[in-house]
Write a protein that binds this ligand. Sequence first.
Ligand code: NAI
Length: 259
Amino acid sequence: MTGKTALITGAARGIGLAAARKFLAEGWRVAMLDVLSDTLLEAVRELDRPDATLALEADVSDPAAVQAAVQKAHARFGRIHALVNNAGIAIFKPILEVSLEEWQRVMAVNLTGPFLMVQAVAPLMRDQGGGAIVNITSISGLRASTLRVAYGTSKAGLAHLTKQQAAELGDYGIRVNAVAPGPVDTAMAKAVHTPEIRADYHDHIPLNRYGLESELANAIFFLCGEQADYITGQVLCVDGGFDSTGIGLPTLRGQRRNS
Ligand code: NAI
C-alpha cells in the first residue's frame, strides 16, 4: 500500500471503475462516488477490497451532497491525494430538439459537477500540501460534431475549467489536467453508437479501433502520480490519434488497400 487515496466520481462502471481498479492495483485506496447507488455497491462488492474502498452515493451536481461525500472520504482516509472528475452524461440530439432541461442537466453534471467537486476537495489538498486533479473531457469538447451541442459544449467548458483550476490552484501545489477520451467501449458508447457510427469512427482513427477502459485508466493514473509532477493545465487526448487527423485518412487508407 502507498498510503495514498484517490476520490473518483462516476466510479460505478465504465472508465471510472477501470480507474478505481488501476489505483487499487497500484496500492492506492479509492473513494468511489456515483449517483447509481445499487450499481456502485455491486461494483465495490466485486472489487472485494473493503480495506481500501469506500462507496459514496452522491450526485455531483448537488453542492450539499458533494460536500457531505468529500467529508466522508476525508474522515475515512485522512488525506485525499487525487481527485478524478469522471462522472458525466451524454444527451445526443439535434440542436433544435434539445430542451432547456436537457441542456441544463448536461451542464450541471459535466461542468458544474467538477467545479463543485474541486471547491470541496481543493481546500483539503491545500491544507495537506498539494494534490492532483484529473477532469475527464472528450474529443467532443475539442472539435464540434453532430448532435453534441450540449455534451460538446459542456466538455469544452470543462477543458477551459481545467486550465483555470490549474492556474489558480498551482499556488497550493495542486496540479490539474484533463484526459480527453476518443470513443471508448463503455456502456455510454454502446448505448449511443450504432454499427454505422462505429465504422465511421474506425475510419477516422489512425489506430483504427476504439479505446479500452484500461487504456484511459492508465493515462488518468499517470497524470495523478509523481511521474507527472511538472505537468499541469494540459488536456491529454487518449484517442488513438483521432484528434490529430483532418480530412483524407479514409481515402488514403483505401488507396493503400487497393495498391
Ligand atoms: P458511463 O455512463 O459508463 O459511466 C459514467 C458514470 O457516471 C456512471 O456510473 C453514472 O452513474 C455516473 N454519473 C452520471 N451522472 C452522475 C452524477 N450526476 N453524479 C454522480 N455520478 C454520475 O460512462 P463512461 O463512458 O465510463 O464515461 C466516463 C466519462 O468519460 C464521462 O465523463 C464521459 O463523458 C467521458 N467520455 C466517454 C467516452 C466514451 O466513449 N465512453 C468518450 C469521451 C468522453
